[in-house]
Design a protein around this ligand. Structure first.
Ligand SMILES: [Fe+2]
Length: 281
């Protein structure tokens, strides 16, 4: 496939673009890699349809985008140090994994830049991945709310999800979840990040993170803190900033964790769903 035939078509949502004319099983030219990175920075979510790739291809493509960032709490698949499998059984009863809005591993000191997913077994309905453009949410934010957030640091933690008493902790010991999750005391750590910050690559202002992994605001407490977190959440998750991604088998999707929030959706009871994923810095 000619590498110069790459086309980028924006979705009709608030972010995201389809990239065609590239075959991720092949070595990509420096120009193609640059064009992909440019489209990713501009549209925040890029979708490569009809990619019949192996785990080797997924790893090779990931390394063109950055170094592997590593996944706390999710074990890698056998024989691979950098690929996590997102799997849900056809008749699984456990709550949908990652159904709350978040940005991947925002509770870390140096959160991943990109998450890359390869859709392997995709149900005929449901299972969309939702994205919300946080540059747009900030750009259109009422000045009054922005002023309350200006200069503030959010406190991020994985505790609500991955601590022993978290959502995926000991309470799941009898669960039928097909995916293995390794909960840990380590999840109780807290990391501060600015709520309004400049994107490290583009310098564009954006919001970073949301309630969930955000458990508080530095220097605030009580009702005032809860009110601000909730006003932020209600604004940054508005419908008009969203793009709902519909999966097809063989699709590869790469998003910018520094620019968007994302979440999983159910709605495919009776069907198995399997994706392979990497995260890079
Ligand atoms: Fe995620």
């Amino acid at each position: 496939m000619a590498q110069d035939a790459i086309t980028v078509t924006p979705t009709d949502g608030a972010c995201g673009a389809l990239i065609e004319g590239v075959d991720l099983t092949q070595q990509l030219s420096a120009e193609t890699v640059q064009a992909i990175r440019q489209a990713w920075l501009e549209h925040h979510v890029v979708v490569f349809p009809k990619q019949d790739i192996s785990d080797d291809d997924l790893e090779r493509f990931s390394l063109l985008m950055g170094d592997f960032a590593g996944d706390p709490y999710l074990p890698t698949i056998e024989g691979r140090d950098h690929i996590v499998e997102l799997r849900r059984g056809a008749n699984e009863q456990a709550p949908i994994f990652a159904e709350a809005w978040h940005t991947d591993w925002s509770f870390g000191e140096n959160p991943p830049a990109a998450t890359i997913l390869h859709g392997i077994t995709i149900p005929p309905q449901g299972g969309n991945t939702g994205f919300i453009n946080q540059h747009k949410a900030l750009a259109e934010m009422p000045p009054e709310l922005r002023q309350r957030l200006e200069g503030k640091n959010a406190l991020h933690s994985a505790k609500a999800a991955y601590a022993p008493d978290g959502l995926y902790g000991e309470r799941e010991k009898d669960s039928d979840r097909a995916m293995k999750i390794i909960y840990s005391e380590d999840a109780n750590k807290v990391q501060a990040h600015p709520i309004i910050r400049k994107h490290p690559e583009t310098g564009e202002e954006t919001l970073f993170g949301c309630f969930g992994y955000i458990i508080g605001i530095e220097g605030m407490e009580g009702d005032e803190e809860i009110q601000l977190l909730s006003d932020l959440y209600n604004w940054q998750t508005r419908e008009e900033f969203q793009y709902s991604h519909r999966w097809e088998p063989g699709m590869v999707v790469m998003w910018d964790n520094r620019s968007v929030l994302h979440r999983a959706n159910g709605g495919y009871e009776g069907y198995e769903r399997v994706l392979h994923r990497t995260v890079v810095r």
